[in-house]
Design a protein around this ligand. Structure first.
Ligand SMILES: C[S@@+](CC[C@H](N)C(=O)[O-])C[C@H]1O[C@@H](n2cnc3c(N)ncnc32)[C@H](O)[C@@H]1O
Length: 435
């Protein structure tokens, strides 16, 4: 049997096979601490770089931020770091345009109804965004890992605990590489700190929804967040007790799970949606940047594909969500990779993309391209929400400037394509009647 490859050999092999050996040393150095003894981490990156290669990305399309996130953050947020559980990681404002889509699309009118946010993550910040955006709607948030308690330390970092008192997950207040490292470097100590806080605050909580002491906070999320328009269930796809859903959103969930699971998922959604109801499945990063999603509608009792849409920053992403995928048969990720390949293969369009993207990165001061031809580092003084805001602004301007041109390229390639109600590029996927 061949001896296992060393970490430098694995990194060199990715560089050779996927970037023709041209990844700068600084980028490779960012991967130098990668825990390559973890097969899930190696598999993820193999798949990630393979998708980039398929999408015709070259080393000047790789961002230092991607390398840093892949090198030091990724291993902490994969299910492998959480006993195989998909972490409830989420960020507020993530689905801002997807909420807008619910109110403004050509398939269903905006009449308020029942909105199911499945795999909502925790704390339910994206669900709370939806409650605010969808006035008059009933919102049901469901997740199999719904915590019994959430403990916040004085800095706002938090940990979730299940009904048995087991810690399930922790996350920094503003997730950046630095803040994640600070918590996860010594995960045992972090868990012990959160447990001490839980033990200290729990007796004071009683039947209440939250209790604070010295800047720390203990929350009983179901009691705190439930309202006349928002309810919760601790359950996943197939198990949530619900009927007559008008719109279901399942975001940043299915790219962890394989196509067999997805087939069962689609059957279940077909049962729980009301006639005319919409199903939105996909993934995105911040402010609906790096977004890819499928839209289905229940017609005559069956799910019909309405569109597959994506934001154009997937053609030049700053972060890792475009190619974040744990399985090799995720529908949206594969379709995105194919469409990105087609667009990036069109020399004239690629030139336009690069020039518009470089100008927008400059304009929004979003890690612009340097004189060496590579993207620069993200300004370290920027907080997470500032980075997310700029990512959203660049994505939105890119869509505005280039969506029609991208559609023209895809149409010339034989696709039924259009700019959708959010300004994203949309196609009708072919050969996927009930995907
Ligand atoms: C990365 S989080 C996404 C959270 C949120 N939807 C967002 O987009 O920010 C993935 C969530 O999927 C949930 N999940 C895992 N298996 C699931 C299942 N079978 N059904 C529904 N949700 C599931 C996890 O508990 C986790 O909270």
């Amino acid at each position: 049997m061949e001896p296992p490859l060393s970490r430098p050999e694995i990194i060199a092999s990715w560089n050779d096979r996927y970037f023709g050996g041209t990844l700068p040393e600084t980028f490779r150095d960012s991967l130098a601490e990668l825990p390559t003894e973890r097969q899930d981490v190696v598999d993820f990156l193999e798949h990630f770089f393979k998708l980039m290669h398929h999408g015709r990305f070259v080393s000047t399309d790789v961002s230092p931020m991607q390398c840093t996130v892949l090198g030091s953050l990724l291993s902490r947020i994969l299910p492998g770091a959480w006993s195989g559980r998909i972490p409830p990681i989420t960020v507020g404002g993530r689905h801002v345009l997807i909420d807008e889509y619910v109110l403004r699309n050509k398939w269903r009118d905006a009449t308020p109804g029942l909105f199911l946010d499945i795999g909502c993550g925790f704390p339910p910040v994206t669900t709370l965004d939806s409650v605010a955006a969808l006035q008059g709607w009933q919102v049901l948030a469901a997740d199999p890992s719904m915590p019994a308690h959430v403990v916040y330390d004085a800095e706002g970092n938090y940990a979730t605990f299940d009904t048995q008192g087991e810690m399930v997950y922790f996350q920094p207040a503003a997730p950046t590489v630095e803040t994640w490292n600070a918590l996860a470097e010594d995960a045992t100590a972090t868990e012990a700190n959160f447990r001490r806080l839980l033990d200290r605050l729990l007796p004071d909580l009683g039947d209440g929804a939250e209790v604070t002491s010295d800047g720390a906070r203990l929350v009983h999320p179901m009691r705190l967040y439930s309202s006349a328009s928002l309810s919760f269930q601790t359950a996943g796809i197939g198990d949530v007790q619900v009927q007559d859903v008008d719109v279901a959103r399942c975001f940043n969930v299915l790219y962890y799970l394989d196509a067999t699971f997805r087939r069962r998922t689609m059957q279940w959604f077909e049962q729980v949606l009301t006639e005319g109801g919409l199903l939105l499945i996909g993934g995105d990063w911040a402010h609906t940047s790096e977004a890819r999603y499928s839209v289905y509608q229940k017609v005559d009792g069956h799910l019909v594909t309405r569109e597959f849409a994506f934001s154009l920053d997937n053609l030049c992403p700053a972060s890792i969500v475009s190619w974040f995928c744990l399985v090799d048969d995720d529908f949206e990720t594969l379709l995105l990779a194919d469409l990105v390949r087609e667009l990036r293969s069109d020399a004239a369009f690629l030139q336009r993309l690069n020039s518009v993207n470089d100008r927008l990165r400059e304009q929004h001061d979003f890690a612009p391209r340097g004189a060496d031809g590579f993207y620069s580092e993200m300004d370290p003084s920027l907080g997470a929400s500032e980075i997310w805001g700029r990512a959203g602004a660049v994505a939105s301007d890119l869509n505005e400037e280039l969506a029609e041109e991208a559609v023209a390229v895809l149409k010339a390639g034989g696709h039924e394509a259009w700019v959708n109600d959010l300004g994203h590029v949309a196609v009708m996927p072919t050969g996927v009647a009930s995907q």
